[in-house]
Design a protein around this ligand. Structure first.
Ligand code: IMP
Length: 424
């Protein structure tokens, strides 16, 4: 398989880091294509926990070339913090980390604007990660963003930063009653970052197309998930990028025809962090049990995740818009203790039953889940190393998810360690 895409197929936090880490064993290049340091990809290596926010999870494999594609919004402060963390763990990135010179930069005012907007939004709070993602993409699409290429050019950096900071300060002061940021300190800090970023900057579309043409194994690592996609997610409770498969094309410079396989990562149940509709949410003891068993706390913000049952309606939707070839089903072991497990197969609304994921937020907010219920296996599965090792009831549950979502399951994870991801 030369170019494989791994996408989050629910609301993010599906365990993509673990799957990418496992698949990186055979990869030569691993690429992030959208989002930024809002992601929190958790990988366990020999009992040690690594949380990556901006770097591709493949960085933990010492031979892999890692690329930060043009589709991200890139926070230099977060980047150097992460590099420091890797250095402390004796993981060298020398010569094997490239950043697109077309990537848009997140400046301190983007983070301030994000946080100020959220704190003043009242009932309209999105529950963002506060990492400046939305404001940086707004600048990109407003055509006044600053890319790495401009950041590396003192003249362009100064000129654009002056304009942008002036505008940002006006919003911060007038609309949000926050103190303005100093141009001198933002500019000086940015110049220092620029000097340190120079060795990493490259036209990564050339690197990736060359790698593709020479049939190298390339993994495209999505962040967030399909239901947080700016076009297909539960708008406006979404992130500001395209985690779905289209983002992998525009965010890397690889052609659509290069992608041979799309693997969707889904948890064996559902979680969501931040605001917005979640039809199969269990705001009760069941949700609590899922949260505790799955340790469902945000890797980036530490916020408790909202928990609920697997939702086939959104899984089929996600499979369609991503063209999923297979599913990596994560955290199946979290369901070990449940006597009964529910699967949401349709929604009830004021206008009747819905089997497709609706666009209208008000409709989605009113959806009540219709469930089928299956028997739990009530035994520990963390030591299973093949599909055949799983209890019959767990095999049946996996089979039902495949049948109902219309996509085969290729991997199943029964724990956080590398060897606990089994191939079906
Ligand atoms: P933003 O991406 O920080 O603007 O946040 C927008 C929405 O996406 C919020 O509901 C966040 O909680 C959610 N979000 C962003 N990144 C992640 C992620 O990596 N996992 C899960 N949710 C995320």
């Amino acid at each position: 398989m030369s170019v494989q895409l791994i996408v989050g197929a629910q609301w993010g936090d599906e365990g993509k880091g673990q799957i990418v880490d496992r698949l990186s064993e055979n990869a030569e290049v691993v690429v992030r294509y959208q989002g930024g340091a809002n992601a929190g990809h958790t990988v366990y290596v020999n009992g040690e926990k690594f949380i990556l926010h901006l770097l591709p999870s493949g960085i933990l494999h010492r031979e892999v070339l890692c690329v930060i594609g043009n589709g991200l919004v890139f926070d230099p402060a977060a980047f150097f913090e992460e590099l420091g963390f890797l250095k402390e763990n004796n993981i060298s990135v020398d010569g094997r980390l490239k950043i697109s010179d077309r990537v848009h930069i997140i400046f301190p005012y983007h983070k301030k604007l994000d946080q100020a907007r959220e704190s003043k939004a009242g009932g309209n709070k999105i529950g963002t990660t506060g990492r400046g993602i939305g404001p940086a993409y707004v600048d990109k699409f407003n055509r006044n963003g600053i890319r790495l290429a401009e950041m590396l050019d003192d003249y362009s950096l100064k000129q654009r930063l002056e304009q942008n900071l002036d505008l940002a300060n006006r919003i911060l002061v007038d609309d949000y009653h926050e103190p303005p940021l100093s141009f001198v300190s933002v500019f000086e800090e940015s110049k220092k970052f620029a000097d340190r970023l120079k060795p990493f900057a490259a036209d990564t579309a050339i690197i990736l197309n060359d790698a593709w043409k020479s049939e190298k194994n390339i993994l495209l690592e999505g962040a967030q998930g399909a239901l947080l996609d700016i076009d297909f997610g539960t708008y406006p409770f979404v992130t500001s990028s395209n985690p779905t498969c289209g983002g992998a094309v525009t965010g890397t410079g690889l052609p659509a025809s290069a992608i041979e396989d799309v693997l969707g990562v889904m948890k064996a149940y559902c979680t969501r962090v931040g605001g917005g509709p979640f039809p199969s949410e269990e705001e009760n003891e069941t949700g609590e049990r899922l949260r505790e068993a799955g340790q469902e706390y945000g890797a980036t913000t530490g916020r408790p995740r909202r928990c609920g049952w697997f939702d086939v309606v959104s899984a089929r939707y996600s499979a369609r818009i991503n063209g999923l070839n297979a599913i990596a089903l994560t955290k199946l072991d979290v369901l070990d203790s449940f006597e009964k497990i529910k699967i949401c197969t349709s929604y009830t609304t004021a206008d009747g039953e819905l089997t497709e994921f609706p666009a209208n937020l008000r409709v989605l907010q009113d959806c009540k889940p219709n469930y089928i219920e299956v028997d739990g296996w009530q035994t520990e599965i963390s030591t299973c190393r093949s599909f055949g090792d799983l209890p019959e009831k767990a095999q049946k549950y996996v089979g039902m998810l495949e049948e109902l979502s219309g996509v085969p399951v290729r991997y199943i994870s029964v724990g956080v360690e590398r060897e606990q991801t089994i191939q079906k």
